[in-house]
Design a protein around this ligand. Structure first.
Ligand SMILES: C[S@@+](CC[C@H](N)C(=O)[O-])C[C@H]1O[C@@H](n2cnc3c(N)ncnc32)[C@H](O)[C@@H]1O
Length: 239
């Protein structure tokens, strides 16, 4: 998948600049959704954690946080910035691709995915959401953000040393419809403008942050499929 590999090498190149530029852009209001109306999530995945700005705050909301990213350089900054918590059963870092997440089925209680989804076309997003669905436990939740608008393609960002990154803009209804088809229903929504929210570095871009829960209906259907797949594998190996 060329778009994904391209994103990784560009993020390796601009990781230091990104870490400084986006240091203040934590989505604190949305992070509170992880606690709202639920028992504290135990294992949280920071999907596309970048330089790890959010890992420490997520750790306060769960027992263990896994930061996953495709960029080696981003992970090495995340490791430096959180060295006191890594290796102490509090934060773990994993290099991986969100379209092939190297984690077990039903092993995660909540996924935090801050400003990563705009990098995916609808086709790749579908694969990523299937992976999110696979690794989440039954009552799991996903908190994510998308850019609102029309169009997609590669964009160079001046503030980020002209990093060339793929961006996909969404109509909110279309995004929610796709999420629902993939087994996620929206429970919280926050619409925001980046410049108004982060005046020091923000651009004039509209974002939507969403909290999504797994829909039981979909889960029921797919659990049945998983069960029958597992059964046929076991039956095959027994001969
Ligand atoms: C805009 S940054 C967001 C970083 C962090 N979540 C934040 O809020 O600052 C996007 C991150 O997603 C990572 N990324 C892009 N595509 C990925 C993929 N397919 N799998 C894993 N990480 C990916 C990039 O390496 C980058 O660190």
């Amino acid at each position: 998948m060329a778009a994904i590999e391209g994103a990784s090498s560009e993020y390796d190149r601009v990781a230091e600049v990104y870490a400084q530029l986006r240091e203040s852009q934590m989505l604190g209001h949305e992070m509170d959704w992880l606690e709202k109306g639920h028992s504290q999530p135990r294992v949280i995945l920071d999907a596309g954690c970048g330089p790890g700005r959010d890992l420490r705050s997520l750790r306060r909301r769960g027992n263990f946080v896994i930061g996953l990213d495709l960029s080696e350089k981003m992970l090495s900054i995340a490791s430096e910035n959180n060295s006191d918590l890594i290796g102490r059963d509090q934060i773990g870092l994993v290099r991986g691709d969100l379209s092939r997440i190297p984690l077990n089925d039903s092993s995660i209680d909540a996924i935090w995915c801050s400003t990563v989804l705009p990098h995916f076309s609808a086709t790749i997003l579908t694969v990523v959401f299937k992976e999110f669905w696979r690794i989440l436990r039954e009552d799991g939740m996903l908190v994510c953000s998308v850019k609102l608008g029309i169009g997609e393609g590669y964009e160079a960002e001046e503030q980020l040393d002209n990093a060339l990154r793929y961006m996909r803009y969404w109509d909110l209804d279309a995004f929610e419809k796709l999420a629902l088809q993939l087994g996620f229903i929206r429970t919280d929504l926050h619409l925001w403008n980046e410049r108004l929210r982060f005046p020091e570095v923000g651009r004039d871009i509209e974002f939507a942050s969403l909290a999504l829960k797994l829909t039981n209906e979909q889960r029921g259907i797919d659990q049945a499929n998983i069960a029958s797949r597992h059964c046929s594998r076991r039956c095959d190996s027994r001969g």
